[in-house]
Design a protein around this ligand. Sequence first.
Ligand code: ATP
Ligand code: MG
Length: 577
Amino acid sequence: MADSASGNKSASGAAAPSNFIRHMIGEDLANKKHAGRVHTRFPPEPNGYLHIGHAKSICLNFSLAEEYNGRCNLRFDDTNPAKESQEFVDSIKDNIKWLGFDWHGEVRYSSNYFDHLYDFAVQLIESGKAYVCSLSPDQAREYRGTLTEPGTNSPDRDQTIKENLDLFKRMRDGEFDEGAYSLRAKIDMASPNINMRDPVLYRIRHIQHHQTGDKWCIYPTYDYTHCISDAIEGITHSLCTLEFEDHRPLYDWILHNLDIDSLRVVSDLADSEADYVLPQQTEFAKLKINYTVMGKRKLREMVESGIVDGWDDPRMPTLAGMRRRGFTPASLRNFCESVGVARSESVVDMGMLEHAIRDDLDKNAPRAMCVLNPLKVVLTTFAEDYRAELTMSAHPKDESLGQRVVPLTREIYIDKSDFEEVPPPGFKRLISGGEVRLRGAYVIRCDEVVKDDSGEIVQLNCSVDENTLGKSPEGRKVKGVIHWVSASEGVPATVRLYDRLFNEEKPEAKDVDYHNCLNPESLIKLENCIVEPSVIGNDAGNFQFEREGYFCFDSIDSSDARPVFNRTITLRDSWSN
Ligand code: ATP
Ligand code: MG
């Protein structure tokens, strides 16, 4: 089978799972179709930030190219300048690199091909396969017909080639207002596929383009541009999502109605020996994840209305957000691989994504201690200036991550929740008069609970059994182990606890208004945390704060100079039960 013959290696190093696209490519290679080449492309529209759905397409296109010794282009599909911008271009390039992929050659833009696209449009007009239509957009909609009724021919459909050429040139020269004319393919107004009812190829738009400036006032449509751009770049396998299945006949119609030699001479293969074969569009199912909104329009709305703090808010399903949240490239690549590639749509459980990140961080994130809700503990049996350096491993199962030094001093902090005056049944942590082990250190006993005037516990005075470092106390069992941080040497920090943004499984469903199912606890800010010093300046970036979850360093808060950490994910799945 082609899969094994190509020696596929996945992100995790295991053989990549097969799917219908790999099968197809295997067959194409066996049949010497496309002269044995595999050339894919990732074609984002620069009108927003990439999201996890795009990651699936990126992983698919780039991995296939890697597996088959092929190539993968990055092409910005920039035919709709009104919604596009350089900011989006830059973030998309950055995200692809971060995921660990690199495109073949220069970054491409559909707008690079505007001259060719114009020439091909002239070619279609000259061969009687396109015409300039004067119907307004509203009229054109009426003439298009419906799913059950055929459309009606445009009154301009039989205009002469000469008239069409003249009008098209004048469209280009800026003589007309927007909407006054369009260029349409002459296919079949009675086609059961509405995409084939004389689709628009060019529209007049008097707007600037982020790449071509003022050069053009007519812009080609997506359908017209995409297939020709693929053909120009010598793409063999043009992979897109299912909603383009009905557009495939148009993709093929356009390419087959152009003179193939004229495509070849302007293509990247013009100077090569390779056979020139037209690209083949193949559709796969979009990635959908429950509890998540993925449509760019809604994501943009959430940014603009302030529901989140920007495209890179750690609760966003954008790659920029997930990166800030602490997701790693490996976890996302593994996730994309594990969801697979299918021809029919399904919704993936959020738990799978969370599993992928837990799995990676469990193996690779160094451990550290961070107290989220500090309660002071005075170790009364130590001298005032007591200080010890305890050496702990950075990872319980991976020695290669090395060791860390954790200072122990007379005053430390533990988490408020690790002490109870009136313990519930089964409580194994610290209680009045009880014992607990400080992680990696000694067993302590709580001798006194100090309260303020309002009755709130503000301090515990504890004695240390100094004969318990690395060994059990004599004659008794101490079950509980709690984390702690030195009060004088721990570093004050802000921790943001992130959780799912929506508490509704299908926030994008038609009968659901996502505004009504926002999880009010998707962000909880804790401003008095204290973290062990080994974390500061540690390049690892991701950490397991023991017993609390996986966290990553975000930034230094400019107002108080404290480090800020984001919770990537809890230690265990708290959603499914
Ligand atoms: P959205 O619908 O979220 O706005 P889009 O399809 O308009 O996304 P593009 O920039 O056009 O976004 O997408 C670039 C590529 O990524 C396309 O090939 C598209 O099919 C693919 N893609 C987009 N969303 C998904 C998804 N959820 N799963 C897999 N591939 C996707
Ligand atoms: Mg799109």
